[in-house]
Design a protein around this ligand. Structure first.
Ligand code: DAH
Length: 347
């Protein structure tokens, strides 16, 4: 079917809504419309006492015809439903491929354009990036991260789990064990592990302007000999100053994560009001940005790294939050909404 060329049929002389009929494709309907016009003309020739009843019948016929025309038009104009998740042969000629919105009418999603800025900052600090995954298992999401079975800390993560035990990861920390294992051989050769892990994560949240079921996090891990919390704070402070292009102060508050010891919540001075107080920082002058800490010895051991020889830091925080603050976006749900008028504000 050709979607670009509307079928035009000359039916201007008809009594029925000409703008709809003009596009009518089905010739038999057009001929019915002509008959209808003759029927309307016939009304005037009838004795007066028969005109009303005859007119009503003709009107009813007209309504039926209009309905038929409209549904024919809807069917004609609708794109064939396409299963967007189904692969198709990209070598098919264009006119045989499923009709999708063409790429030149799209724009880069603001989370993705910001992510490339964020990654660029970490590349310049010597980090490598490894993408997280969207399906995982209990061991990577919890077990390898020192969450004992049945530990109440698991409940904090509102995790989607299928009956078969597959997990939609609720944090990018689900990748820590894999990344530590993958780069462990380099440690012995003297190369620190320095990896950032961006990814999409999922939580069974009560949705509101600050909570979405699907969002993005950036995880970081750094392991070497003699790594300490000062290295962690310097790395994150440098990142935030680069991202917001401002001098900033940071402070840490004690926190609990099973996979770090000690664990912190990192708080940053508000880049918008410089500690004076504004709506972004809820008038406090400070903003809680992410969770972090020194990697727990059990997490290092689970990846085959000797905690007596090596130490490391890790952090994980939401990307959506960073971008919302930077562009004054008031509702996190815009990101997943698919609304073009939102997306097109970010060229
Ligand atoms: N995974 C934590 C969360 O989603 C964030 C986090 C905290 C990641 C501390 C870390 C970390 O790597 O060390 O709440």
């Amino acid at each position: 079917m050709d979607y670009t060329q509307p079928k035009v049929i000359e039916v201007r002389t008809l009594l029925l809504k000409p703008e709809r009929l003009r596009q009518l494709a089905d010739k038999s309907d057009v001929s019915k419309a002509r008959e209808l016009r003759e029927l309307y003309q016939h009304i005037g020739t009838l004795p007066e006492n028969q005109r009303a009843a005859f007119g009503r019948e003709v009107n009813q016929l007209r309504d039926e015809l209009v309905e038929k025309v409209n549904s024919a038009l809807d069917a004609d104009q609708a794109l064939t439903p396409v299963d967007l998740s189904a692969p198709f042969d990209i070598n098919l000629p264009l006119d045989q491929q499923p009709k999708l919105l063409s790429a030149d009418r799209g724009s880069i999603h603001p989370l993705m354009s910001e992510l490339s800025i964020i990654l660029d900052i970490f590349y310049r600090m010597g980090f490598t990036a490894v993408e997280s995954r969207q399906i995982d298992d209990d061991y990577h999401m919890f077990g390898s991260l020192n969450f004992p079975t049945g530990h109440p800390a698991r409940d904090d993560y509102d995790t989607f789990i299928t009956k078969e035990g597959f997990i939609a990861p609720a944090h990018t920390s689900t990748m820590q064990n894999r990344v530590l294992k993958q780069y462990q051989p380099g440690l012995e050769a003297g190369s620190p592990i320095a990896v950032v892990i961006p990814g999409r994560v999922f939580r069974n949240e009560d949705l509101d302007a600050r909570h979405e079921h699907t969002f993005y996090q950036l995880e970081g891990v750094y392991v070497d000999r003699s790594v300490h919390a000062g290295n962690l704070l310097a790395t994150l402070k440098t990142f935030f100053q680069e991202y917001y292009a401002k001098d900033l102060d940071i402070k840490i508050q004690p926190f609990y994560f099973p996979f770090t010891e000690p664990s912190f919540e990192l708080v940053m001075s508000c880049p918008f009001c410089v500690k004076k107080g504004c709506p972004v920082c809820s008038q406090s002058g400070w903003i809680e940005m992410l969770g972090c800490g020194m990697i727990h010895p059990n997490v290092l051991s689970a990846a085959g790294i000797d905690p007596a020889k090596y130490s490391g830091f890790a952090w994980g925080g939401g990307i959506d939050r960073l971008v919302m603050m930077k562009y004054n976006i008031e509702d996190i749900r815009h990101f997943e909404s698919g609304k073009l008028e939102f997306l097109r504000q970010f060229p």
